[in-house]
Ligand binder design. Structure first.
Ligand code: AP5
Ligand code: MG
Length: 211
């Protein structure tokens, strides 16, 4: 299965990807996670990306396209992958399409996790992540166990100001790619509101039709 998870900031892409890859046994490739790892390591890529990310702006297309095309060319992605957060602009969608055509493979599904704007800020500002396991929590909606509370991190772009910028970028840059996939007949729309288990069930049901 070669698939993409698309959705606004805080839609639950990371939360749902962690659950789905256990079933699908494909690598979860999150552009945001890869960029945050590069920032933490202080690589040239990380230095180039840091300022954009903190401000809730998009990292330039050429940087992200190179990073992701290299990653999906690795052996563990040969039989499938789950992209999360890429593509999120029209040039990124075109570059992916061309690279996959050259490789003689095709996308099976593009899943759009739909969450209304008014729910996004609470989800994002209350998010905390465990740097040791990568697990994603929410102070209210998915509280972390007390024993790990001290080590949790709050993303630098999970401020009210950066979330507003990220939401605006989602609407201006990412939603225009949705008709591209709809025209290919591979777009699946899934309601991302409600209990995360219920969202997982909806995703599994939508994907079952594609496998
Ligand atoms: P990225 O890391 O991709 O961030 P994002 O798209 O804004 O998405 P998030 O990770 O914030 O949300 P999510 O959908 O994964 O939600 P989660 O499961 O964590 O990108 C970050 C930055 O990197 C970008 O702004 C940009 O600068 C750069 N970047 C990345 N990719 C790029 C690209 N392709 N091009 C250019 N730049 C790029 O859930 C969120 C919270 O909600 C959690 O607390 C969770 O517990 C909670 N939650 C989850 N599900 C539910 C539910 N059903 N009900 C209630 N709460 C829930
Ligand atoms: Mg995420």
């Amino acid at each position: 299965m070669r698939m993409i998870l698309v959705g606004p900031p805080g839609a639950g892409k990371g939360t749902q990807a962690a659950r789905l890859i256990e079933r699908l046994r494909i690598p979860h490739i999150s552009s945001g996670d890869m960029l945050r790892a590069a920032v933490k390591e202080g690589t040239a890529l990380g230095k180039a990306a840091d300022g954009f990310m903190k401000a809730g702006q998009l990292v330039p297309d050429d940087v992200v396209i190179g990073m992701i095309l290299e990653r999906i060319g690795k052996p563990d992605a040969a039989n499938g992958f789950m992209l999360d957060g890429f593509p999120r602009t029209a040039p990124q969608a075109e570059a992916l399409d061309q690279a996959m055509t050259r490789a003689g493979v095709a996308l099976d599904a593009v899943v759009l996790i739909e969450v209304p704007d008014q729910l996004i800020v609470d989800r994002v500002v209350g998010r905390r992540s465990d740097p040791e396991t990568g697990a994603i929590y929410h102070l209210t909606f998915n509280p972390p166990p007390a024993e790990i509370a001290g080590r949790l991190v709050h993303r630098k772009d999970d401020t009210l100001e950066a979330v507003n910028a990220r939401q605006a970028k989602y609407h201006s840059e990412t939603t225009p790619i949705i008709p591209f996939y709809e025209a290919k007949g591979i777009l699946l729309r899934v309601d991302g509101v409600g209990d995360p288990d219920a969202v997982t069930q909806r995703l599994v049901a939508a994907l079952a039709a594609k496998t």
